[in-house]
Design a protein around this ligand. Structure first.
Ligand SMILES: Nc1ncnc2c1ncn2[C@@H]1O[C@H](COP(=O)(O)OP(=O)(O)O)[C@@H](O)[C@H]1O
Ligand SMILES: Nc1ccn([C@@H]2O[C@H](COP(=O)(O)OP(=O)(O)O)[C@@H](O)[C@H]2O)c(=O)n1
Length: 204
């Protein structure tokens, strides 16, 4: 069966949490596409050139140390605005999206550009303040010097860059179901996502 769940939304809205849970539930593959841009961003921070790094990206690069850090997130959103970087990463994502056995991809442009034909599309969002608090609680564990204000500024800067770029900007597909998780528990968000996927799965 070919079945794609496309999950898009701004930073720290809960895309990955929902994506992982759905993939586990239905035994689908899961690709956190942000990791591709983070891996390219990390290579640029290490002195590489963005387009060359994107073209040379290998699956093991997605497991590199430190990809979740704030500086790598900012570098990711800068390289993500370069059309040649996006083009270099497109085929890999499409192949996974349409693989036999089902797939969940989360990112910014899955329902709009990578897989417009996805059977189920979710746009997960929350207020910048709620998202920054969630991300702060994660980041402070590995970097005790990080502050709520700095994380909120990072989230807002990245959202603005991702939304305003010309190529594949962050946007909800017209046929996406919007899930605002600002006042939703993880469990409630998962339940809503699960209901959408179940409704779209072929009967039987
Ligand atoms: N509905 C929710 N309520 C509270 N915390 C959440 C919710 N969804 C996700 N989180 C937490 O917020 C953080 C960011 O979630 P994540 O799924 O990694 O977001 P994204 O993939 O959009 O960046 C994680 O620590 C996650 O446990
Ligand atoms: N499909 C995607 C996924 C991520 N990205 C970029 O990669 C950055 C990091 O994405 P991410 O999904 O890991 O970020 P979080 O939502 O986890 O904070 C984003 O800010 C975007 O600039 C993108 O442009 N397109």
């Amino acid at each position: 069966m070919i079945f794609t769940v496309a999950i898009d939304g701004p930073a720290a809205s809960g895309k990955g949490t929902i994506g992982r849970a759905l993939a586990h539930r239905f035994d689908f593959a899961h690709l956190d596409t942000g990791l591709l841009y983070r891996a390219v961003g990390a290579k640029v921070l290490a002195g590489g050139e963005a387009i060359a790094a994107a073209r040379a990206l290998r699956p093991e690069d997605l497991h590199a140390e430190g990809l979740r850090s704030a500086p790598v997130a900012q570098a990711a959103s800068r390289v993500a605005a370069i059309p040649e970087v996006r083009a270099a990463l497109l085929e890999f994502q499409r192949r996974i999206a349409r693989r036999e056995g089902g797939a969940v991809l989360d990112g910014r442009d899955i329902g709009t550009v990578i897989c417009p034909e996805a059977e189920a599309k979710l746009f997960v969002t929350a207020t910048p303040e709620v998202r920054a608090e969630r991300r702060y609680l994660e980041l402070v564990q590995s970097d005790p010097t990080c502050t709520r204000d700095a994380v909120l500024a990072d989230v807002k800067a990245r959202d603005a860059r991702d939304t305003n770029r010309a190529d594949a900007p962050l946007a909800a597909a017209e046929d996406a179901v919007v899930l605002d998780t600002s006042e939703m528990s993880v469990e409630a968000a998962l339940e809503a996502a699960l209901a959408l996927v179940k409704a779209r799965l072929p009967a039987g």
